[in-house]
Design a protein around this ligand. Structure first.
Ligand SMILES: [Zn+2]
Length: 273
């Protein structure tokens, strides 16, 4: 799979898997580098080696296959404690349940469903998993972590204190997936972000996993407003027809400055009125 490398600064690179459109980030200090996420791993190690000869620490923004299936290329992976594979992998159960539904109820050829499922399952290898540190000094560049439970219970923000950049994975997005964590309500998730907001004071760009352009800091306030304002009447059923505990809906609202914001969620996660 082709990977596009975008230079964000002299010591920061975005590696984009062009097929799945997911970004990994390489943050380089004077003593070591930090690789955030491993995508599907194709050619990743070679690409990283071309960009830095320093030792590389590898962390996941969260444990989902499009962010972590390249983990097997490395010896040790740091991930938010609640997403450690030893805690179970609910996203695999969900992917298998949806695939089973389509095996039984659709005319889509089995081989195609199996192919899609290959991308939807987290695959671990012999790598060791360890809980994330609170901060790491890469040599003149400190990266702090802040838990942001929601999209998965172990989702984490990485704060680059030098550049005042945030690396946010899938925690904030113009099309946010809440259904991946059925216990979450949108109101609770708005509260998570309200608690984080003071910590993000002074931070500018927010780099996310599935868009090439970063969000600006003001997006957080608009995202919170959107989560708080969303009600059942904003939703329409998504194309995912079955295998999930409830029908996944897409709830949409429009922000004056930032345009359409969507949340993929179960009705039970959304305010009634
Ligand atoms: Zn994800």
């Amino acid at each position: 799979m082709a990977t596009k490398i975008t230079k964000l600064s002299d010591d920061t690179f975005m590696l984009t898997d062009k097929f799945i459109r997911v970004n990994e980030f390489l943050l380089i200090g004077s003593e070591r580098a930090l690789l955030l996420d491993t995508g599907y791993g194709s050619g990743l190690k070679e690409k990283v080696k071309k960009l830095t000869s320093l030792p590389v620490t590898v962390a996941n923004t969260h444990l989902h296959p499009d962010h972590s299936n390249g983990n097997r290329l490395f010896d040790e992976i740091f991930v938010g404690e609640a997403d450690l594979p030893s805690k179970g992998m609910p996203s695999n159960d969900l992917a298998k349940a949806v695939a089973t539904y389509y095996f039984i109820n659709s005319r889509i050829p089995d081989a195609i469903i199996e192919k899609v499922l290959q991308y939807g399952l987290i695959r671990t290898g012999g790598e060791k998993y360890s809980p994330l540190w609170k901060s790491i000094d890469l040599g003149g560049r400190v990266i702090r972590t802040l838990p942001c439970p929601g999209h998965t219970p172990g989702c984490t923000l990485f704060l680059d204190e030098k550049n005042k950049w945030v690396f946010a994975g899938d925690t904030i997005n113009p099309a946010f997936w809440a259904f991946t964590n059925p216990a979450l309500t949108l109101i609770d998730y708005a509260r998570v972000w309200m608690r984080l907001q003071p910590e993000l004071e002074g931070y500018g760009k927010i780099f996310i996993s599935h868009h090439s352009k970063p969000l600006d800091a003001g997006y957080v306030g608009a995202f919170i407003k959107n989560l708080l304002g969303m009600t059942l009447k904003d939703g329409k059923p998504s194309f995912i027809k079955g295998g999930t505990p409830q029908q996944v809906h897409i709830y949409k609202r429009r922000d004056e400055k930032y345009g359409n914001m969507a949340v993929w969620a179960y009705p039970s996660q959304v305010r009634k009125v």
